[in-house]
Write a protein that binds this ligand. Structure first.
Ligand SMILES: Cc1cc2nc3c(=O)[nH]c(=O)nc-3n(C[C@H](O)[C@H](O)[C@H](O)COP(=O)(O)OP(=O)(O)OC[C@H]3O[C@@H](n4cnc5c(N)ncnc54)[C@H](O)[C@@H]3O)c2cc1C
Ligand SMILES: Cc1cc2nc3c(=O)[nH]c(=O)nc-3n(C[C@H](O)[C@H](O)[C@H](O)COP(=O)(O)O)c2cc1C
Length: 591
């Protein structure tokens, strides 16, 4: 057995120590890290240089926190690069990572996206609690590097990466590289970061990982290709499922997916939008020039094509707002962009109420500051597909894909779907898989579904699927909207399902049908005893819909269920919910 370093008070004689210090003084940080790994492996008796696998502590931990796969894909690429460089790499999702893996890692390399309103991805909630709590792992000078993925159109830009950066440092880690906060167009920054990580991580223990590079952790499929090569999917039917007096239209779409367009309940359809022509025309009208062709980055295209098919103009992000603040000199816009919590809240509501044409028109440019097409295109972000929870089960509807879509005024994808739906056209779409939002494998388990508004969509798929497979477990749905008369989505289907025994309980909350507002979270509190019993009996609870308010209000209500019916105090109730989430029995898909 090798001696533990602590067992010797002065393990090096003065000459050896001086020699070591002289040598170390001339080494790069990377060489020093390499040497520390090498010496640690020697101390543990590892057969250095023999080509055998290094001890577990020698593995680099690539940790991903991802919702829709971007962070995961980048993590995969980092793993490939590091394995090629001879490292032993453990690639782990934040849903599966253990405290022990964090403390044993030779270096911790994290790719994390931000979701909701500055929240971690669902799979990372347990990790967040672990790192914030009393049992947080102690990192003894573990080198770490963080790549944050985000979208600067959200006020809490790359918040998840920022949180991890701060916590890992507090817990004793040492920054190997400065954190990167990457926006939607992150490809170039990602390349630079991969190179920097490969150069900076401590080199592999000699021979340890070269002959037999080890890869452990999740097996992953790359979905980028599906997103980037969408299919032309015909829209078969488009039908309004709210009454005309409802505040906004909600449509039920049925699309012809085709035999090999495979999806599971819980998956979403990614739809590539075309921007509304009226918004394109308003943006074009603000330009000082109107060249036929414009170059942006590596591509040259017609101006109209850029604005219709390739860049975001219905959603605005910081780069456009910052540029317009400079060109217009607007104090109002400058105040919105200040980095204070107050300004962030105002910026958020501003950004969800305007498009690029509104910004250009509302804050006119100063003389001599008019936009030229190429300059404007440079501050617009690439158009991204919009996701829609699939509202059908293939076992029930065959090759079709059903969606439940709220129409947004001048919304790129919802308007595009509506237009194409009314003319029987096609949309370019792909399946976005969501392994974090799956029905229980054991069909005898009960299922509780909380889905106000369009959040009900995946639960239509769940109920169809469970009926088709003859699941013996029960289904309980909580649905909410503003008015019973006009906005009870799929009312007849739910009532029929109750009659047929495909749905066992239905609780409804119509917020504006009485003097005081009633939401699904109120119904959850009222049903605390029964909910507790279902959950104690092994039920899974699913939440889908609004991320801004509903998800946190529902979370608080579920915590109260633990308190009211389970007799837990607030902390224990929170831990109970964390355990449910860790056991994949409290699952959320919120947007
Ligand atoms: C996993 C997932 C599942 C989803 N499932 C569904 C679903 O089943 N049904 C559904 O209708 N939607 C769903 N969405 C939302 C959907 O992807 C789009 O964001 C939404 O339809 C708006 O897209 P758009 O292109 O029409 O509007 P955009 O062009 O993106 O936006 C137009 C304007 O509306 C504002 N805006 C966009 N969204 C909101 C909002 N939620 N609240 C206030 N202002 C907003 C924008 O800031 C902009 O000013 C889901 C989102 C995710 C991430
Ligand atoms: C519903 C939703 C909410 C988001 N919220 C934020 C946010 O608050 N801050 C941010 O920087 N990015 C936010 N983003 C952007 C994502 O972080 C970004 O798209 C990222 O590339 C996703 O990576 P992933 O696929 O690994 O989850 C949000 C994206 C979605 C779909």
């Amino acid at each position: 057995m090798s001696d533990h370093p602590a067992s010797a008070a002065a393990p090096l004689d003065p000459d050896a120590r001086q020699g070591l210090e002289q040598w170390a003084a001339h080494q790069s940080p990377a060489a020093l890290w390499w040497a520390s790994g090498y010496l640690a492996a020697r101390a543990q008796g590892a057969p250095v240089g023999s080509g055998a696998a290094a001890p577990a502590a020698d593995a680099l931990l690539v940790l991903t926190a991802s919702q829709t796969g971007n962070a995961r894909r980048l993590g995969e690429r980092l793993r490939e690069r590091l394995v090629s460089a001879g490292h032993i790499v453990r690639l782990v999702s934040s849903a599966d990572v253990t405290s022990k893996q964090l403390t044993a890692a030779r270096s911790l390399l994290v790719v994390a996206s931000t979701q909701g309103d500055g929240d971690p991805p669902d799979e990372a909630r347990g990790l967040w609690e672990l790192l914030s709590g009393r049992k947080a792992p102690k990192l003894s000078q573990t080198p770490f590097a963080i790549f944050g993925l985000g979208d600067s159109s959200y006020p809490k830009f790359c918040e998840a990466g920022r949180f991890l950066d701060e916590r890992l440092a507090v817990l004793g880690g040492i920054r190997l590289l400065e954190r990167v906060d990457a926006d939607v167009e992150y490809a170039d920054e990602a390349e630079g970061w991969l190179d920097a990580v490969v150069a900076a991580v401590p080199a592999p223990v000699a021979g340890a990982g070269v002959a037999q590079p080890q890869v452990s952790g999740m097996s992953l499929t790359t979905r980028q290709a599906e997103r980037d090569t969408p299919r032309e999917v015909p829209i078969l039917t488009a039908q309004s499922i709210v009454a005309s007096q409802a505040g906004r239209a909600v449509l039920h779409y049925e699309l012809e997916g085709g035999a090999d367009f495979a999806y599971e309940p819980g998956d979403s359809l990614g739809v590539w939008p075309l921007n509304p022509s009226a918004v394109v025309a308003r943006v074009t009208a603000q330009l000082a020039d109107s060249p036929a062709q414009v170059v942006r980055g590596k591509h040259e295209r017609l101006l109209e094509d850029w604005l219709t098919e390739h860049l975001e103009i219905t959603r605005v992000a910081r780069p456009l707002l910052e540029a317009q603040a400079l060109r217009s000199g607007s104090l109002e816009l400058k105040a919105l962009l200040e980095k204070t919590p107050d300004a962030a809240a105002r910026l958020q509501s501003f950004m969800t109420s305007v498009n690029a044409a509104d910004v250009l028109e509302r804050f006119p440019v100063l003389v001599g500051q008019a936009w030229h097409a190429a300059d404007l295109l440079a501050v617009l972000r690439p158009l991204a597909p919009r996701l829609y929870s699939i509202a059908s089960s293939r076992k029930a509807v065959g090759d079709e894909v059903h969606l439940t879509v709220a129409a947004m005024t001048d919304g790129a994808a919802s308007t595009h779907l509506w237009r194409r739906g009314s003319e029987g056209g096609v949309v370019r779409a792909y399946i976005e898989r969501n392994e974090h939002f799956r029905l229980p494998a054991d069909a005898s388990r009960d299922v509780i579904m909380i889905g106000p508004g369009t959040g009900v969509a995946p639960f239509r798929a769940f109920v169809q699927e469970r009926a088709e497979i003859g699941a013996s477990g029960r289904q309980w749905l909580f649905f909410g909207a503003r008015h019973f008369d006009s906005e009870f989505l799929y009312q007849l289907e739910w009532q029929q399902a109750l009659k047929d025994g495909r749905l066992h309980r239905l609780d409804l909350a119509f917020s504006r049908d009485q003097a005081s507002k009633i939401y699904v979270q109120h119904r959850l509190r009222e049903r605390a005893v029964d909910l507790w019993q279902w959950l104690e009996g092994g039920a899974s609870v699913y939440v889908c819909g609004d991320a801004t308010h509903m998800a946190s209000d529902v979370h608080a209500a579920l915590r109260e269920v633990g308190q009211l019916a389970g007799g837990l105090d607030a902390e224990a109730a929170e831990a109970w919910l964390s355990d449910l989430a860790a056991g994949k029995r409290y699952l959320r898909d919120v947007y």
